[in-house]
Ligand binder design. Structure first.
Ligand code: URA
Length: 414
């Protein structure tokens, strides 16, 4: 066994060089998956010091291409949730307010969705050339592209292994993974949405506060302003989980036809991101964000972006199965992980990176948390392959009394 791995096993601190020996060794195939799994499991169990986490972030950054820091480049990142379509709402809002905003996004893996698949599902091109990237920004103020292959390749390889070895839930590993990508992409100001709850990597507020403090500290080391929002992920975000059907919900929100947790989250996220780009109070920023939703400017921006990149916003029309409630009462909670997994099994997601997906598949929650239902009412619609419905029924829990609905935002840390 490598001396450095032995040190980790003995709970000794590793220097920059020692961490680099392990992680670069993995990237360069000198360390195999089994040995690296051992390393990741040790880190999950024993943690890393703040200094080691900052060093690991730097090692990830230096493993690939780096863009120079651009102080006016504001970026966002989410730790991953079910039904999270905020990028597709927040970017057009900001673009319609005159903010030039670009975002590199990922594909769906496991039970969480990916922005790239959602855009591809309506024909929007996302593998853009440099010229197309800048044309989009110049014409619409916004652009969403697939992550370039050479940005933090070490994180990419480690993350893929974490995903299949049960080593995703480590605060230092999450911090280094997210911050390396944001810093390498050149963002000067970064908003991070830390999802907290049953359907998320982070299960409680204490862990989320720890992660937020760590990412803010890493940001400071690199002169980046970081704001962390802690938001609930016990229930799916919004009503639609899939690809095309999520875009449908995006359209409803951008047309100001839908209120609720998802809309509230997007308004707050856009507000905070706007204050990062402009010397403006939160109140003023919030009212401007609401105005572009009210007057249709944000929707028009999304529509023009979709058209520019070859997409279409026509309605979807696919076969679906209706699931009816087996009980009467109020819906108290909906297990987001089960809904995410259902959506994946219906064909909307990937079990393996190489799986192809059905863009029409997914779950629409006809009744959501707080809804009163009678036995026999349709509670959700399932689009895609036929599957075993039993787990889906179990995702819904009921109460006799109307449950109190908690606000989506738990805390904002800066
Ligand atoms: N998102 C990332 O990019 N990395 C993590 O480790 C977790 C969420």
């Amino acid at each position: 066994m490598l001396r450095e791995i032995k040190k980790l096993e003995e709970k000794q601190k590793l220097s920059y060089k020692e961490l680099d020996t392990i992680f670069s060794g993995y990237l360069n195939k000198k360390i195999d998956d089994d040995e690296m799994t051992k390393v990741l499991k040790l880190i999950c169990k024993n943690g890393l010091s703040e200094e080691e986490t900052i060093n690991l972030t730097d090692i990830f950054i230096n493993s690939g291409a780096k863009f120079p820091m651009n102080i006016s480049f504001v970026d966002k990142h989410s730790t991953g949730g079910v039904g999270d379509k905020t990028t597709l709402i927040v970017l057009p809002i900001l673009a319609s307010l005159g903010v030039r905003i670009s975002k590199m996004s990922g594909k769906a893996l496991g039970y969480t969705g990916g922005t790239i698949d959602k855009l591809n599902s309506i024909g929007v091109k996302t593998n853009l050339t440099k010229k197309e990237f800048y044309t989009a920004i110049d014409k619409t103020n916004m652009v969403i592209s697939s992550q370039t292959e050479n940005l933090c390749p070490m994180d990419k390889k480690v993350y893929a292994l974490r995903d299949v070895t049960g080593t995703t839930k480590s605060i230092p590993l999450i911090a280094a993974s997210i911050m390396s990508k944001k810093i390498a992409s050149g963002a000067g100001k970064i908003l991070i949405d830390i999802k907290v709850g049953k359907g998320a990597l982070i299960e409680n507020k204490k862990q989320a506060m720890e992660l937020a403090a760590l990412m803010i500290k890493i940001g400071k080391k690199y002169d980046r302003k970081v704001i962390c929002m802690l938001t609930r992920m016990d229930n799916p975000l919004g009503d639609n989980v899939g690809n095309k059907i999520e875009v449908q919900e995006v359209i409803d929100i951008l047309k100001n036809k839908k209120k609720g947790n998802l809309t509230n989250l997007c308004v707050e996220m856009a507000t905070l991101m706007y204050t990062l780009t402009k010397d403006i109070s939160k109140e003023k920023a919030r009212s401007m964000v609401k105005e572009v939703l009210n007057n249709g400017e944000a929707y028009k921006k999304f529509e023009s972006y979709v058209k520019l990149e070859g997409g279409s916003l026509e309605d979807i029309d696919t076969e679906c199965a209706d699931l009816v409630s087996l009980k009467s009462g109020y819906i108290k909670s909906i297990n987001s992980r089960v809904i995410g997994e259902t959506s994946m099994l219906l064909g909307a997601g990937r079990v393996k990176k190489t799986d192809s997906i059905n863009y029409d598949a997914g779950v629409v929650l006809v009744k959501n948390v707080g809804s009163k239902v009678k036995k026999g009412d349709v509670i959700c619609k399932l689009y895609g392959k036929s599957i075993n419905y039993d787990p889906v029924y179990k995702a819904f829990s009921y109460s006799k009394l109307k449950p109190s609905i908690k606000g989506i935002i738990i805390n904002v840390v800066e």
